[in-house]
Design a binder for this molecule. Sequence first.
Ligand code: ZN
Ligand code: ZN
Ligand code: ZN
Length: 299
Amino acid sequence: MAARSTEVTLDNTTQFNLFLQNTTLVHGEWTSQPPDIIGNFGTWRSESDGVLTGTEGFASYAIHDPDDVEIGVLQVHWDNPFAGANSYDQSVSPQGGAEGFSLFHLGGKGNDASVTFRLFKGDCKINQDTGEISCSAAQPLTVSGTQSAWRFCAKCHGLFFDGFPAKGVCPGGGGHAAAGLTFLLLHDVPPRKGYEIGFHFCEKCSLMFRPATGLGPAPGDPGVCPKGSGHNAQGFRFVLQLSNPGGQGQDDWARCGKCKAIFWDGEADKGRCAAGGAHTRAHTLQGAPETALKLPFLP
Ligand SMILES: [Zn+2]
Ligand SMILES: [Zn+2]
Ligand SMILES: [Zn+2]
């Protein structure tokens, strides 16, 4: 157990994704690193690594709009010294106003500290005594929206997030290779008829996946990630539409029962699976193939 540790949570109440720009650890060592992408929230942790030392670091993130254009940047700083009180500061640009953001921190006392930085759209103020945050414009209670830049990979036939310069890890070797349509996917909305919840971005391989449900023989099974062991969910909670005769979108997307990733099942070639061979559509507990998914796409 290290003498000093700080767990940092970055709570993102905006509808925008955050992309890691820089991290600096001035003192100590990482227990877990800041994630590359943050949807709703991200957490990381650093701790002291010597006698009579503390831990201190910085992380900065770019704020991207749904078209993946950078519209702001934020930085958070945590300092948990061996002697003296912990301190935190944060900055966001543009700050306040209709186009800007507000960023605060809450908590963070003690040797084994836990601090939350919370990002808002617009002009907000915090009461330092009570922690109450008030905003000039109404803030949504839940963060919901859509995210584009989801693509079909021509090598593995999986559905992957193409919003990064790095293209994840493909079971077909190297990074994923985008082809065809650009999909626009719904996230963080209440469950609705004709849709299925529980889909996530894997921060290791960039594929969309859905763990095994709580009903199956291996509840929560995170599948097989091409980067090794299971997929690791990060950011938004996606809600995907089940196939239906009407409506807009591309049919024949399905979940692979072996690797748990989402792949296109609309042709004879089923791509490459991280669990070996080609993807194979998952089955229900009753043994029937899972209902296919229909993904809306940009015109
Ligand atoms: Zn791929
Ligand atoms: Zn993965
Ligand atoms: Zn598979």
